[in-house]
Ligand binder design. Structure first.
Ligand code: URA
Length: 221
């Protein structure tokens, strides 16, 4: 079950530049290499990118071939659709932060298993804590299920605000204590790759209505 809707008031953004913290998380990820515990087909680590103090964060599944080649998230066909979604919201790609559950390309573009997601989760959670987004859009089930700890179907989860709390204690022992235990608003929606496969008017309307809820929350509708 999704957790209750968090309070609607936008949280004041934390002062200070979190880029140094993001750099530390990336270094820690590279050192720990959690992907060494499962099969990958990667040549590079796709950590994530965007404004370190973004108001909005998108979380996808895992890098594909294009992302692996360029070392950047969402730069293939699904990424082009995500770019269109961001533009339609009146935002620029460089204003948001984009990350994935897995930071290495899975073989055959397999869906991350819950065990793989769990191994990489602390680094994603630390990215969320560093960026402090006012809203998170989870793209597809792996990201949604990881954050909301649910097995429910996307059809049930999308379109409703849920919340995610940074776990305590910090398994990486990396985050400043004031960043632990914070709760973030989460809007689950369909993954752009799913939308490309099922490019129906109905699915497009559903995703747009989810994004409108996000725009409403950010005060940019
Ligand atoms: N799909 C994802 O989930 N992430 C990417 O970075 C690219 C495609």
């Amino acid at each position: 079950m999704p957790t209750p809707t968090p309070a609607r008031q936008p949280r004041p953004k934390r002062a200070g530049a979190p880029q140094s913290l993001l750099d530390a998380i990336r270094e820690r990820y590279e050192r720990d290499a959690p992907h060494a515990h499962f099969p990958t087909d990667h040549t590079t680590i796709v950590f994530g990118e965007g404004a370190p103090d973004a108001r909005l964060m998108f979380i996808g599944e895992a890098p594909g071939a294009d992302e692996d080649r360029l070392g950047r998230p969402f730069v293939g066909r699904a990424g082009q659709l995500l770019d269109k979604m961001i533009t339609a919201m009146g935002l620029k790609r460089e204003e948001v932060y984009i990350a994935n559950v897995l930071k290495t390309r899975p073989p055959n573009n397999d869906t991350p298993t819950p065990e793989q997601a769990r191994r990489c989760a602390p680094y994603l959670f630390a990215q969320i804590a560093a960026v402090q987004p006012e809203a998170i859009v989870t793209l597809g089930l792996p990201a949604t299920r990881l954050l909301l700890e649910t097995d429910a179907a996307m059809a049930r989860l999308r379109g409703t605000w849920a919340s995610f709390t940074i776990p305590e204690p910090d398994p990486l022992d990396l985050l400043p204590p004031d960043l632990l235990g914070q709760t973030f608003a989460v809007m689950p929606t369909y993954h752009p790759a799913y939308l490309l496969r099922s490019y129906t008017q109905e699915n497009r309307q559903k995703v747009w209505s989810d994004l409108r809820l996000v725009m409403d929350r950010l005060g940019i509708a």
